[in-house]
Design a protein around this ligand. Structure first.
Ligand SMILES: *Cc1c(COP(=O)(O)O)cnc(C)c1O
Length: 378
């Protein structure tokens, strides 16, 4: 058996008949950027996340930047970022000229630990970026409570969490503004690069629309600073077609996670991800941990060993993420040391992402789990 990490071709086959005429229509009409398809998708996506305003942008990274830029974050400001996330969460702050301040994560949810926020806040702290990592929402009420006390704005990075829910509310609607990524491998993926920013704040939404289009509402009148962060019409159309399937794809991811959990029971060398009761997890990734405390030199049962064993049995896996942000070479100037954010550092050493995509079959999951069990018993 062969188990890939994800399978974009399977999704293409599902939407091919619907999406092909739309693509031809774009080519025929030669309206390639920010056309009717993008506008329609923006409305549909805002509805799906129960927010008033959505602006399609060129990528999730660009969305992260635009959210903080539109909020006026700049040089001299500090922005709190979880240490365990993809680097693009931090680029939002650095592109604004602000300083990222990294905070450790909770060992169960893997998300920003609200108990560790307070000690990272200074008079310069202007924003907190809450990431819903791997598809599980962060503890937004606790984060917001600390933020309110210090008059700090909270924003969300929803790049891995389309349609996920916290206390019955959709992510993207939980803070001042949020960004999404539609990178092909994300739960909702474009045919190239794309992203979106959402908010319920009318003035902020108007700024987003200007900023992504060179700071202008009216052509050649540039009211504010901006950039070219527009979404391509091709992506708007593809995303519109795919969005209709997202609920069912999400259910399939959740079912796959259940099957994993059932089949991984009783392997005590690993930790299986937990879904907190207040959350609806959408399993962008299914990340287990291989406990380093079980590394015995005799049998050498390590994460790297398991990853090799899986590869030898045609099972793909990944590491999300092997180096926490505070220890990345590009952030050396901030002066963090090993041991500063221990939960993130342990997670970086222990994490292992198993194959996860809607079309993953029960037999494939069983095969993955059997191999994990075999690895630790031989
Ligand atoms: C993918 C990702 C991004 C960046 O999105 P792009 O569309 O690839 O630029 C930002 N934050 C997180 C947490 C991500 O996983």
């Amino acid at each position: 058996m062969n188990v890939p990490f994800m399978d974009l071709k399977a999704q293409y086959n599902i939407i091919k008949d619907e999406v092909t005429p739309r693509i031809e229509h774009i080519f025929e009409n030669t309206a390639y950027v920010s056309g009717k398809g993008v506008a329609a998708f923006e409305q549909e996506f805002a509805m799906a996340h129960n927010v008033k305003y959505c602006s399609g942008v060129s990528s999730g990274t660009d969305g992260n930047h635009m959210v903080l830029w539109a909020l006026g974050i700049g040089p001299g400001d500090e922005v709190i970022i979880p240490a365990n996330t993809f680097i693009a969460t931090a680029w939002g702050a650095t592109l604004c000229g602000a300083t990222p301040v990294f905070v450790d994560c909770n060992p169960v949810s893997y998300n920003l630990d609200p108990n560790k926020l307070e000690m990272a806040i200074t008079p310069k702290t202007k924003a907190i970026v809450a990431v819903h990592l791997y598809g599980q929402p962060a503890d937004m009420d606790s984060i917001q409570a600390v933020a309110d006390k210090h008059n700090i704005t909270v924003v969300e990075d929803c790049a891995q969490a389309h349609l996920s829910e916290y206390k019955g509310r959709k992510v993207g609607s939980l803070a001042k503004a949020a960004s999404f990524s539609f990178y092909p491998g994300k739960n909702l993926g474009a045919f190239g690069e794309a992203g979106a920013v959402v908010t319920n704040d009318e003035a902020l939404a108007a700024t987003f629309k200007m900023m992504r289009d060179h700071g202008s509402e009216q052509k050649y009148t540039h009211k504010v600073f901006g950039h070219n962060y527009r979404m391509e019409e091709l992506q708007g159309n593809v995303l519109s077609v795919k969005l209709k399937h997202l609920d069912s794809w999400t259910q399939k991811r959740r079912a796959a996670a259940d099957t994993y959990r059932k089949n991984l029971q009783g392997i005590n060398q690993i930790i299986v991800p937990e879904e907190l009761p207040e959350n609806k997890h959408v399993y962008h990734l299914f990340v287990i941990q291989v406990k380093t405390s079980n590394n015995d030199s005799e049998n050498a049962h390590t994460r790297e060993g398991l990853q090799r064993f899986l590869k030898d049995n045609n099972i793909a896996s990944g590491l999300h993420y092997p180096i926490p942000l505070h220890l990345q070479p590009c952030f050396e100037y901030l002066g963090y040391q090993k041991g500063d954010l221990p939960v993130s550092e342990t997670l970086a050493k222990q994490c292992l992402s198993l194959p996860m995509f809607p079309e993953l079959t029960e037999a494939q999951i069983q095969y993955v789990c059997e191999n994990i069990r075999n690895y630790f018993t031989t």
